[in-house]
Design a protein around this ligand. Structure first.
Ligand code: NAD
Ligand code: DAU
Length: 331
């Protein structure tokens, strides 16, 4: 099977490619990645001899048409993925997340290629802090940020191409991922690399916002379950019952580093900051028989800390630039 992975040099895509190459000798992988600030060729070093990396944009229609025409399956991870960046400059989010997804859909439609679209739970907006309510596939779309609204738009494009043109596509909406190769602009690796540098973690606002954490390998095993056993045209929510407040996550990290529980700073809150995400993944568990492997969040977090300690060369180059950008917005 020839698989085209868009965004395969980014965090989740690179983990997906590594896992696929490790576990599926019958699959050949081509990665299409624009190698933006978030993409890193070296994230694929471990599998470089088994993977073709094409540097290019998913908005480049002739290139996309050629690569899709050579594939049996497209797994679409490529996106502008960071909420804070989308508040500073939404333009690349519209281009990549909307125009890029449209470009891929036109190509899979033309060549009759199976498509899996990777999306986010943020399309559903947020939930109150103190209810047991969780997102389900029936929750109405209500995105808050330029990032999540362009992801919501891309999901709707996929649904329309399924219904109007019979495109063979599935969609997954996953909660917050953590694990190796995550860009250090994101919450967990930012605090981990701060702590390695002896800098106090930074909590937006009061730190009470809740995210539903899942290890990236569990996200990717769920994606393969959907590709192999999911129903075309359907949406599957991916989550591993990992709700934690940002304050709890920082306290766990401080404990792992042997630092005082109050050794952090509150900084300017994110505009429009979603309060809480929580996923009901029962459909994935009951219909497709999927279950996560990383069920102990502290253990997964400690392993992730070890990974960043052992791979300083992978992240060090981006640290000063990332922190300079946050400093400009008081974060
Ligand atoms: P990332 O920012 O780490 O990686 C994105 C990758 O896409 C990078 O390699 C980048 O170079 C590439 N890219 C960007 N624009 C491109 C373009 N125009 N053409 C080709 N490649 C381009 O993102 P991530 O965290 O790995 O997220 C991957 C996908 O998963 C995204 O679609 C995101 O919306 C979704 N998602 C992420 C999370 C999460 O917690 N990180 C959770 C749920 C869903
Ligand atoms: O829910 C899935 C989404 O999770 C994905 O679609 C996005 O691509 C991914 O980036 C992530 O979005 P979040 O905005 O939830 O992730 P982020 O890592 O930016 O922030 C997580 C929480 O931590 C959020 O409440 C903001 C807060 N935060 C973030 C940073 C960078 C802090 O308190 N301090 C920080 O320094």
């Amino acid at each position: 099977m020839q698989v085209l992975v868009t965004g395969g040099a980014g965090f989740i895509g690179a983990n997906f490619v590594q896992q696929t190459v490790r576990e599926r000798p019958d699959v050949r992988v081509t990665v299409l990645d624009a190698l933006t600030y978030a993409g890193d060729r070296s994230s694929l070093d471990a599998v470089a001899d088994r993977v073709e990396l094409v540097e290019g944009s998913i908005t480049d229609a002739p290139l996309v048409d050629r690569l899709v025409g050579e594939s049996d399956l497209v797994v679409h991870f490529a996106a502008e993925s960071h909420n804070d960046n989308s508040l500073n400059d939404p333009s690349p989010f519209v281009q990549t997340n909307l125009v890029g997804t449209f470009t891929l859909l036109e190509a899979v439609r033309k060549h009759g290629v199976r498509f899996h679209h990777i999306s986010t739970d943020e399309v559903y907006g947020d939930l109150p802090l103190d209810t047991p309510e969780r997102f389900t596939p029936e929750t109405p779309y209500n995105p808050s940020s330029p990032y999540s609204s362009t992801k919501a738009g891309s999901d709707l494009l996929v649904r329309a191409w399924v219904r109007s043109f019979g495109v063979q596509a599935t969609i997954s909406n996953c909660s917050n991922n953590y694990g190796p190769y995550q860009h250090i602009e994101k919450f967990i690796p930012r605090q981990v690399t701060n702590l390695i540098d002896g800098v106090r973690p930074r909590l937006y606002g009061a730190g009470l916002n809740v995210r539903d954490w899942i290890h990236v390998e569990d996200h990717n095993s769920a994606v393969w379950s959907i590709i192999e056993k999911g129903q075309v045209g359907e949406t599957y929510l991916i989550g591993a019952d990992g709700e934690a407040s940002n304050l709890d996550v920082v306290r766990t990290l401080l404990e792992i580093f042997g630092r005082d529980a109050d050794d952090f700073d509150h900084v300017t809150d994110r505009a429009g900051h979603d309060l809480r995400y929580a996923i009901d993944a029962s459909r994935l568990r009951t219909e497709l028989g999927w279950a996560p492997r990383y069920t102990d969040f502290r253990e997964g977090l400690a392993a992730t800390v070890d990974w960043y300690r052992e791979h300083e060369a992978w992240w060090r180059g981006a640290k000063a630039l990332t922190e300079a950008k946050y400093a400009r917005s008081g974060q």
